[in-house]
Each structure stands twice: as structure tokens, then as C-alpha cells.
Write a protein that binds this ligand. Structure first.
Ligand SMILES: *[C@@H]1O[C@H](CO)[C@@H](O)[C@H](O)[C@H]1NC(C)=O
Ligand SMILES: *[C@@H]1O[C@H](CO)[C@@H](O)[C@H](O)[C@H]1NC(C)=O
Ligand SMILES: *[C@@H]1O[C@H](CO)[C@@H](O)[C@H](O)[C@H]1NC(C)=O
Ligand SMILES: *[C@@H]1O[C@H](CO)[C@@H](O)[C@H](O)[C@H]1NC(C)=O
Length: 306
């Protein structure tokens, strides 16, 4: 009888041990507060229901990843924010610390207000307590105060109010489907178009289409990025698509300039890359967990036999 008790006690220790290991991965994330709207005037001040106030309610939850989603509207000059906590960490590939940013920029290239100059970001991380909230607080000031300037630079490169449309227009656009020595074509009735996608599938790849776009003539830009850290990560990708009305504004050099302006806007500055150390740690804790389960199973078997 004493023998059994001893075995059960031992099993308990091993089970507890393996759970303790898992618990190390949990972080606290702001999540129990409703969607927030902040103005450009005070982008750093969350309302009281999103301030941690343990005496009233606890707005934080334990989770494996913190998430923040925010939409910056440069026409309304406001930011809409949503906090989340998640136990789904597939995107992190079991690496810690890890982070992941997606960003979409939508611009109407015309200068007047059209309610369509908007940037949406989703940021996920597992590095430390409330890492997503910190990321927002560390990045929003520049996005609000310098962001508009950067976006206006992009508009200035791609759009002019003096463009001539029709018969007398001399606007040319690059068409990368042209063969021979000719690389551009007259595009008096349309806009220059480019769609470039960079992604990784075993190796870095690019798809690029440049042409005169005739179907619709509202100049606009769409950029989407997905950046992960640590690298390498097969899911990293970038898409840039725009329709512009300046002479050959879809040429390769201009695409590079626009990409650079978007990089300056984004200022992606990932956390330290510590893959080798972290991978070892992860796999050893995994091994420990598995081995403790095996020991428990073994002990149960012994108990059954005696
Ligand atoms: C916490 O909430 C109470 C009740 O709403 C309020 O009186 C107090 O000032 C709050 N504390 C902080 C630090 O926000
Ligand atoms: C994640 O899992 C832990 C342990 O099961 C649980 O306590 C926590 O509430 C979960 N968090 C979320 C956001 O679901
Ligand atoms: C490019 O040219 C090829 C061959 O001439 C044609 O099949 C294809 O549809 C063209 N693509 C575009 C986007 O015009
Ligand atoms: C996308 O791919 C093109 C062509 O390989 C390259 O010139 C460009 O620098 C890439 N962009 C980024 C941001 O990696």
C-alpha cells in the first residue's frame, strides 16, 4: 500500500513539473476592454476601462500571444484599437521570443479628403507581458506625427493635378509584357499600373506586372506587408500595387523609391534575433515534458501490474 502511495506521489510531481514547464510560456495580455477610439491629439492615453485597475476589474488575461489590431485614419485623424489575447501560436512556429506584423496601406492619391487614407496593422508577439500594447505605444507617435508626411511624399511622386487626359496627353507607361526594345507605351486615356509581389517559397521570389491601365482612372495605392521575426520565415511577403498619373511613374526606379518610402513609414525594427538559443531551449523543455509523460505512464503500468 505504501508503495502505491509513493508511486502516486511521484507521478504527481512529474505531472506538476510538466505543467510548470508549460506555464512559463504564458504572458499577461490586455484583452478585457472594449474597442477603443483615440484621436491623433492623444494617441498614447487609453480610456480608464483599458487601464489596468486591479481594484475594479482585471483587463489582462493569461495567454500564449498578445495581439493588437489598430486602424489609423489620416482623414478623420483617429485610431481604432482592438486588444486580444490568444492561445493559438501556430504562426510563431514554437519560437520565443517571436513577433509578427501585418500592415495594409490604402491611399487615394488625390490630395483632397476622401476618407480612404488608412493604415491597418495587426501585431502579435509572445515576448513579454503586454508586448503588443507596448509595441503600439512605442510606434504610434511616429506613425501619427511623421506618417502623414511620408504618405504625402508617396502621393507627390505618383500623382499630379496637372495631368492631361485624352488625345493630347503624352503620358507613357512601362509595359513589361512588351517585347523587343520598346519598354513603354502611350497611355493618354489610362493610368500607369504596377503590381509587385515579393514572397518566399523555398527561395525569394518576385512577380511583377507593369502596364497601361484603362479600366478605371482613380489613382490609388495599396501596400501590404507581412513581417516575422526571428527570420528566416517563409511567410514574409510584400505586395505593392498602384495606379498613378505621372509620366512612366510605374518604372522600376520609381517602384524602388516607393518601396523605400513605405519602409521608412513602417520602421520595422524586430526584437533581437536569438534563434539558436531559443530553439535549443524549446526543444529541451519539450523533451522534458515528453519524458515526464513517459515516466508517468510507466508508473501507472507498474501500479496496474502489482
Ligand atoms: C480604479 O478605478 C476606481 C473606480 O473607478 C477609480 O476610483 C480609481 O481612480 C482607478 N484607479 C486607477 C489607477 O485608474
Ligand atoms: C489560455 O489557456 C490558459 C490555460 O488553459 C487559460 O487559463 C487562459 O484563459 C487561455 N487564454 C485565452 C485567451 O484563451
Ligand atoms: C502578356 O503576353 C502574353 C503573350 O503575348 C499573353 O499571353 C498575356 O496575356 C499577356 N499578359 C498581359 C497581362 O497582358
Ligand atoms: C522585391 O523583389 C525585387 C526583385 O527581386 C527586388 O528588387 C526588391 O528589392 C524586393 N523588395 C524587397 C522589399 O525585398
Amino acid at each position: 500500500m505504501r508503495f502505491f502511495c509513493c508511486l502516486i506521489f511521484l507521478s504527481c510531481i512529474f505531472v506538476k513539473n510538466s505543467f510548470a514547464n508549460n506555464n512559463n510560456n504564458y504572458i499577461l495580455c490586455t484583452s478585457h476592454c472594449s474597442d477603443v477610439r483615440l484621436s491623433f491629439v492623444q494617441p498614447l492615453t487609453f480610456p480608464e476601462e483599458c487601464q489596468n485597475n486591479n481594484t475594479v476589474t482585471n483587463i489582462q488575461a493569461y495567454a500564449l500571444a498578445c495581439i493588437i489590431e489598430y486602424r489609423i485614419n489620416y482623414d478623420f485623424e483617429d485610431i481604432n484599437i482592438k486588444f486580444q489575447a490568444s492561445n493559438d501560436t501556430n504562426i510563431f512556429e514554437d519560437r520565443k521570443p517571436s513577433e509578427y506584423l501585418t500592415q495594409e496601406i490604402r491611399l487615394d492619391l488625390k490630395k483632397h479628403r476622401t476618407q480612404s487614407n488608412e493604415v491597418t496593422r495587426i501585431y502579435r508577439c509572445n515576448s513579454k507581458n503586454d508586448c503588443a500594447r507596448d509595441f503600439y505605444l512605442n510606434t504610434i507617435y511616429d506613425l501619427v506625427n511623421d506618417g502623414q508626411k511620408q504618405l504625402n511624399k508617396i502621393k507627390g511622386k505618383l500623382y499630379t493635378t496637372k495631368a492631361v487626359i485624352g488625345e493630347s496627353s503624352k503620358r507613357h507607361c512601362i509595359d513589361n509584357n512588351l517585347t523587343g526594345t520598346k519598354t513603354s507605351e502611350l497611355c493618354g486615356y489610362g493610368l500607369c499600373f504596377v503590381r509587385q509581389k515579393n514572397y518566399t517559397l523555398n527561395q525569394e521570389r518576385t512577380e511583377k506586372q507593369q502596364k497601361c491601365y484603362l479600366e478605371e482612372n482613380s489613382p490609388s495605392l495599396f501596400s501590404s506587408i507581412e513581417y516575422h521575426a526571428p527570420k528566416p520565415n517563409e511567410n514574409d511577403n510584400e505586395l505593392l500595387e498602384y495606379k498613378c498619373n505621372k509620366h512612366v511613374c510605374n518604372r522600376n526606379e520609381m517602384i524602388l523609391i516607393i518601396q523605400e518610402l513605405i519602409n521608412q513609414y513602417t520602421r520595422w525594427n524586430p526584437i533581437e534575433e536569438t534563434i539558436p538559443v531559443e530553439e535549443k531551449k524549446a526543444s529541451s523543455s519539450m523533451k522534458q515534458t515528453i519524458s515526464s509523460y513517459i515516466v508517468v505512464l510507466f508508473l501507472i503500468l507498474i501500479q496496474l501490474f502489482f
